[in-house]
Design a protein around this ligand. Structure first.
Ligand code: SAH
Length: 247
C-alpha cells in the first residue's frame, strides 16, 4: 500500500525538497509513498487570487482566508477522503512519535501549510482539520513542519528502513530518550568507549543502556520522565543521577 501525502501550500516547489534524498527519496522512487501538492492560491476565486486579508480586530500581519482554505481542503478531501487533515500551527497539540506511528500505519495524510499570521480560525470548525505543532517555537511557514512530519512517517513505512531497524528501540518508543551510541576508534582524544559495551555480556549491556536512557531522560526531559516513572524523581530501574561506574 502506498502512503499518500497531499500538501496544501503556497510554495509547492518546496516539495519533495529534502524528502527527495536519502531514505525518503529512495522510498518515493520505489513507490512506498506518493506526493501531491495543491497550490492554495488556485482556490482563490477573485481576479487577483487573494489568499489572505487583514486581521479582524486589527493588529499586524495577514490571515489566510477561510473561504480559500475551505475550498482547498475540500479538494484534498475529495482526492483522499480517508486521510486525516492536519494543519501546521504552533497553536496545535505537539506532534508525538505515537501519533507519527499511527499516521504511518494509515492511508496517508493531508497537510495544510500556513503562512503569514496563520489561518482564519473558522477552518477548524467548518472542516475536519486538526492543528498540529512540531514544537514550541515559531517558523515562518508550515512547509518545514510538513516536511518534518512526513519524514517521521515515511521512515516507519514497511520496507523503508529495513527489517533490522524497525525503530522500536529509538527515542520516545518506550517513553524514554534513547541510550548513547559509540563506535570506533576505541579511544578518541583520550576518551574511551564505555568498557561495558566491549564486554560481550548482552544482559549487562542492556541494563547499562536502560540506565543510561533513564539518566538522559530524567536530566534533559523531566516532562517525559514524570510520565514514564509516574513520579517526578524516581528511577524504575535504579538509574543514578551521577555517572554509572562503567562510564
Ligand atoms: N501567528 C502565529 C504564527 C504564524 S507562523 C502564532 O503566533 O501562533 C506562520 C505559519 O508557520 C503557521 O501558520 C504555521 O503553518 C507555521 N508554523 C509556525 N510555527 C510552527 C510550529 N511550531 N509548528 C507547526 N507549524 C508552524
Amino acid at each position: 500500500m502506498t502512503f499518500a501525502a497531499t500538501i496544501l501550500t503556497l510554495y509547492p516547489e518546496m516539495f519533495p525538497g529534502p524528502l527527495g534524498q536519502s531514505i525518503a527519496g529512495r522510498a518515493l522512487d520505489e513507490g512506498r509513498w506518493s506526493l501531491e501538492t495543491l497550490q492554495i492560491r488556485d482556490f482563490a476565486t477573485d481576479k487577483h487570487h487573494t489568499v489572505d486579508d487583514t486581521p479582524a480586530g486589527g493588529g499586524a500581519g495577514m490571515v489566510m482566508k477561510a473561504d480559500v482554505l475551505g475550498a482547498a481542503v475540500d479538494a484534498a478531501l475529495e482526492k483522499q477522503p480517508g486521510a486525516p487533515v492536519l494543519a501546521m500551527s504552533p497553536r496545535g497539540a505537539p506532534l508525538t512519535q505515537e501519533r507519527v506511528r499511527s499516521l504511518s500505519s494509515g492511508p496517508g495524510v493531508t497537510v495544510l501549510c500556513g503562512r503569514f499570521e496563520g489561518f482564519d480560525e473558522r477552518i477548524f470548525e467548518g472542516r475536519p482539520v486538526e492543528p498540529v505543532s512540531i514544537g514550541d517555537y515559531v517558523l515562518s511557514g508550515g512547509e518545514i513542519g510538513a516536511l518534518a512530519l512526513l519524514d517521521a512517517c515515511i521512515r516507519l513505512l514497511p520496507g523503508v528502513m529495513g527489517a533490522a531497524s524497525s525503530g522500536d528501540e529509538e527515542s520516545f518508543e518506550a517513553g524514554l530518550l534513547e541510550y548513547p551510541h559509540y563506535t570506533r576508534p576505541q579511544i578518541w582524544e583520550g576518551r574511551r568507549i564505555p568498557e561495558v559495551l566491549r564486554s560481550g555480556d548482552h544482559a549487562k549491556i542492556a541494563a547499562w543502556r536502560k540506565a543510561q536512557a533513564e539518566i538522559a531522560t530524567r536530566s534533559r526531559r523531566p516532562d517525559l520522565w514524570e510520565r514514564y516513572s509516574g513520579a517526578p524523581d524516581q528511577s524504575p530501574s535504579g538509574a543514578q543521577r551521577e555517572k554509572s561506574k562503567d562510564e
